[in-house]
Write a protein of this length. Structure first.
Length: 127
């Protein structure tokens, strides 16, 4: 039998202490998680730009000229599909860089169309 006035429930003080501990742990972990996801997006963006530039070089190597549109890279099977820009989460925000002279209507390079700056302070559009 239980003593009079005692119960098996938690007291308000015990619950408040546990909530304070959980809040403290979350305040430590949350900023690191957000920082890590931004770093992962930047790494994925650099890799996707590298893949697109490699596909442009392979297209040029095979045909002797650069494509007129980025979509030709997937249509001619140099890529399965245009990769997503991880910052914008879209594949249609890539900015094609047109050539000069004889290549003025062809895509010789590609840049990200994402707004904003990376963690190192550089603009995404300058990558």
């Amino acid at each position: 039998m239980r003593a009079h006035g005692k119960s098996d429930a938690f007291t308000l003080i015990e619950l408040l202490v546990v909530l304070a501990i959980v809040a403290t742990l979350l305040s430590i972990v949350a900023p690191r998680y957000i920082h890590q996801t931004d770093r992962a997006k930047e790494a994925a963006l650099k890799e996707n730009l590298s893949v697109l530039r490699r596909a442009l070089d392979e297209y040029y190597s095979d045909t002797g000229h650069y494509p007129e549109k980025l979509v030709l890279l997937s249509e001619r099977h140099y890529l399965r599909a245009l990769p997503l820009d991880p910052v914008t989460s879209r594949s249609d925000t890539w900015i094609p860089v047109l050539g000069t002279g004889d290549d003025d209507k062809t895509v010789v390079d590609v840049k990200s169309g994402a707004q904003g700056k990376a963690q190192d302070g550089s603009e995404y559009r300058s990558w």
